[in-house]
Design a protein around this ligand. Sequence first.
Ligand code: MLT
Length: 352
Amino acid sequence: MNRHVKALLSGAVALAAAAGTALAAYPERPITMIVPFAAGGPTDTIARIVGEHMSKTLGQTVVIENVTGAGGTTGITRGAQAAPDGYTIMMGHMGTHGASPALYPNLKYDPTKDFTPIGLAAGTPIIIVTRKDFPAKDLKEFIAKMKAEGPKLNEGNAGVGSVSHTTCTLLTSQLGIKTARVTYKGTGPMINDLVGGQVDFGCDQIVSVAQQIKAGTIKALAIATPERSPALPDLPTTKEAGMPEYEVSAWNAVFGPKGLPADIAGKLNDALVKALDDEHTRKRILDLGGTIADKPGRSPAALQKLVESEVARWNPVLKGIAAQAVNPAGATSGATPPPAAAPAPAPAPAQK
Ligand code: MLT
């Protein structure tokens, strides 16, 4: 074998050894977890809770970086374009990795192809919330008010494609009304304005409103899940409150950029699974009304399947609503356009 080939081979062996050492030593420095919304919202809340315990398992700090804008797609685009070295991961959700492709024709990523799925972090039921002095004592009165004054009511959300925007779009479409939409960089700041009375209502994930509801600083009308939440046992479901067709839930999950080495993705999934097995971490999520998947539901493969099914289920619903907005089916007859069919609820992860 000539010297040149030998040199090439020994170089390749050295490179492989170095790569192997790097993988074995991963992580050797802090890991950035991009949260694509402002601090204080549900995505940020879940990220900080699981990130804290993941830091212990990984032996390096998981540093939360809030990268906001465009309903979460700005931060997720940043994450998708990061180096696949395990030092940049992200907290995505049903909006960024389910609804967004239907709402952003030029989305710079494909949720089903451009990521390494790490695992599902938490399920997050949706609650219809209003400012505490909104003149409706229950969902029925709220619906009447919406139908009478919709365009004058300020609906707060976290931008096109966010969970709050997507789930309130479904609500207003089913009611056949429009509202005045106020966009925030996350529902953390939106809830602050709800407490202050600057906005009238929103559709938010339970983990960022449960404490405010218990404190009485905002009002909750119904939870859009088949069963009540153990965290808010007195809050009726939308079915009990008279709007059974409005049933929708969200989820938050950890992703890396595409092409993450299997060993690194495995270490990150292991750290996430250990966080969701930790009693203190579980209690923090469950007390806020989040749900935690069983072990099979936390696998990367389960997350990939969830993303594919969520993109497929939201696409026709949101495109149908947009088409109605452009040319309401009932416009010619003057009748209210038929309500958007609620997407079949995502498979609720079994609690374990
Ligand atoms: C949303 O999609 O509405 C976001 O989760 C809100 C947030 O996390 O701030």
